[in-house]
Design a protein around this ligand. Structure first.
Ligand SMILES: [Zn+2]
Ligand SMILES: [Zn+2]
Length: 261
């Protein structure tokens, strides 16, 4: 049974790799390896609109630290004063809750690990629609600039793209906010899933910096990423932006998981 699963996984990986190598969608390759919806298997799309709408969008937003509900997910005043020296992110807008063994997990994993390059714009559009449906959100974030959480260059080279950049690009086209890519990741940090928040913060220290001397004094940013758990990565990016003069830094993620991802 295990051998079969392994073989299936191997073939799946091989298929996606071949598709990627041949730039994904020549007619011939589509003939041999047709793209199918990850939910209902209909052809020619990674995730059809009908399956996408089955993923529940968060109706409410919460302080990312104490999880008390508020308008867009701002860090509440209590958490702000309690964590003033270690917490730099001003808020976190979460599109949906991450669930294991779900269509969403399968979609995110295909986007990240199986060359699902074309999934990112679909998810970016979906994130944008969840964002725009919130009352008064457009005026609240009017002067903000989107910036993706960077991947380590080696990982980006291996994958061929940074999915967070693709999500941010798609978002920027729909919600009409500028897109920048100011941050770089110079430590390829080990996986964090098994670490608590304290250890994650330590693990990430000195992992990010500004790409070049960019003038960001008093600028406002929304960091974009696919998934987060404790928010430590976003917080570390927010720290760098703020140390370099940024005024406000929020996060906008596709999904947040409160367990291991
Ligand atoms: Zn479908
Ligand atoms: Zn709070």
């Amino acid at each position: 049974m295990q051998t079969l699963t392994f073989r299936h996984q191997y073939l799946k990986n091989l298929t996606t790799k071949i598709k990627y190598l041949f730039k994904r969608s020549t007619k011939l390759l589509e003939l041999f390896f047709p793209t199918k919806c990850l939910g209902c298997q209909i052809p020619n799309i990674f995730l059809c609109p009908s399956c996408l709408t089955q993923i529940p969008i968060n109706q409410n937003q919460y302080c990312p630290l104490c999880l008390n509900q508020n308008q867009f997910g701002a860090v509440c005043t209590f958490c702000k004063s309690k964590n003033s020296s270690s917490w730099h992110l001003d808020g976190l807008f979460v599109t949906t809750q991450y669930q294991k063994n779900s269509l969403l997990q399968n979609t995110i994993q295909t986007m990240k690990y199986h060359h699902g390059y074309d999934i990112a714009p679909l998810l970016g559009q979906w994130m944008a629609s969840a964002f725009l449906v919130q009352k008064n959100i457009v005026s609240y974030f009017e002067k903000f600039t989107l910036n993706p959480v960077p991947l380590h260059p080696q990982r980006e080279h291996d994958r061929g793209y940074n999915q967070a950049f693709l999500l941010a690009k798609s978002l920027s086209e729909i919600i009409h906010l500028n897109l920048t890519d100011y941050l770089k990741r110079h430590r390829n940090t080990p996986p964090q899933a098994h670490l608590d928040r304290e250890s994650r913060l330590k693990n990430l220290q000195n992992s990010f910096s500004l790409k070049e001397k960019t003038q960001i004094l008093n600028k406002k940013f929304i960091l974009v990423d696919d998934v987060c758990t404790t928010g430590s990565t976003l917080n570390e990016c927010a720290k760098i932006l703020k140390f370099n003069g940024a005024k406000t830094v929020w996060g906008l993620v596709l999904a947040r998981g409160y367990c291991q991802i």
